[in-house]
Each structure stands twice: as C-alpha cells, then as structure tokens.
Design a protein around this ligand. Structure first.
Ligand SMILES: [Fe+2]
Length: 169
C-alpha cells in the first residue's frame, strides 16, 4: 500500500479537530473538509479506487486512533447501488469522482417499509451531512462510468461493518 497522501492526512486532522463540536458546527466543518478533499481529486491511491465487480467496494482510508470516526472511499461500477439504509451514527458524504444518484426514503406509517420521497443527482464535489438516524437513503450509480465517493462515519474503524448501517429488508 502506498504512503498516506498528504490530502488524506489533512482531511483526517480537520475531522479530528471537529469531532467534539456540536452537531451544526460538526456538519459545517465536515462539509468544508470534504469540499477541499473533493475539489482537488487525483490523490486517492489506485488500491483505494478499485471497483469490485460483484458489489460496490468499500475501502477504509483512515481510522481515527481515538475511535471517533472513520473515512472510507466507496467505488461504484455503473449499475451498482447500496441497499436502502439508515445510519446509527452521523455520516458525511462528498462525491469525489463521477456521478451518483441519492434516493431518499421515509418509513411507512407502521415504521417499517421505506417509501421513496425523492432523488437527487450528486456530481463530483456534492456534499451532505446526516445526523444519527437522520435519514434513510440509497446511493446508486446510474451513470455510464465508475463513481467514487468519500464517506466519514462517527464510529471506530472496527465498527464499520456493524455500527453504521441500519439496513431495510
Ligand atoms: Fe448511507
């Protein structure tokens, strides 16, 4: 694996400095940090922009030593999509390369099956922040080219598999 790119070191430092802030300030700091990280693409190492042709790929870029957050790159082949999910933790997303579509949902009256309420085309540089349990969504690559997004979650790296997504069947 290549050395940690300075852009990633800088991103991790900024997020670490913001990690203790109240939600509104945290949201704006995370978006500002991701804005810079996505405005100058090209720094993501080849092994962290590799697609998995079976399902969208998730690569860990950085795990905070104090366990406060993790940074991932997600790589989407054309046609790939996430499950419909909510988050147990806060989550910030910046589209790094290409184009994704984000579908938003709400729970039905019984609080279970998600109902689609809208979608948004998200091109490189597009930013978002969702507080814990703040939204239900699905990302999909409906374009004809590979797309890459950067995701920051408020959990330690060893909890990404179980502590982030709340999947809807
Ligand atoms: Fe998500």
């Amino acid at each position: 694996m290549s050395a940690v790119p300075p852009q990633l070191q800088h991103l991790a430092l900024r997020i670490g400095n913001a990690a203790g802030l109240a939600p509104d300030a945290l949201a704006s700091e995370l978006k500002a940090a991701l804005r810079d990280a996505t405005a100058a693409p090209g720094w993501l190492p080849p092994e962290r922009r590799r697609a998995d042709h079976q399902r969208y790929a998730r690569h860990l870029l950085y795990g905070d030593p104090a366990g406060r957050f993790s940074i991932l790159s997600l790589v989407w082949d054309p046609g790939q999509e996430s499950p419909i999910h909510g988050h147990h933790t806060w989550c910030a997303v910046g589209v790094y390369d290409g184009e994704l579509t984000e579908f938003r949902f709400r729970e039905d009256a019984a609080g279970r099956a998600p109902v689609e309420i809208g979608s948004e085309r998200r091109v490189a540089g597009s930013l978002s922040f969702d507080p814990p349990l703040g939204s239900i969504h699905r990302f999909a690559n409906r374009s004809g080219a590979v797309a890459i997004s950067l995701h920051v979650y408020g959990v330690a790296a060893d909890r990404i598999a179980t502590g982030v997504n709340r999947i809807y069947a």
